[in-house]
Design a protein around this ligand. Sequence first.
Ligand code: ZN
Length: 121
Amino acid sequence: MLFKNLRQDLRIADASLEASGAQRSAEKAHGRLERLDDRLSHLAMVTEALWHLLKSKTGWTDEMLMQELQHIDAADGTIDQRRTPRAIKCHACNRNLPADGRDCIYCGAPPVMSSPFSKAW
Ligand SMILES: [Zn+2]
């Protein structure tokens, strides 16, 4: 009986530690999500401000911007209001890689930046 209670106490203590760790992880993830949301909101404001400046200086219109957005949306083969990155080939080992801007997972070669936005996707 004593061993059974001891074993049960140990299991409870392990579960409690695991729950505390999970709570800390959830709190960290929540904090990161809030910071990302703040950064996204700020970037949206900067983008809008830049667009207003461009419109006032160039005569470009909202319709022109919408047309360009549709062009970029369609470039991945699917019009779905998002830009889905395509797989790329490593310039060093020629294997297929996700287009996430990280070094090659096979040979470690750094990605080739084919455009200023390569690393953003
Ligand atoms: Zn490679």
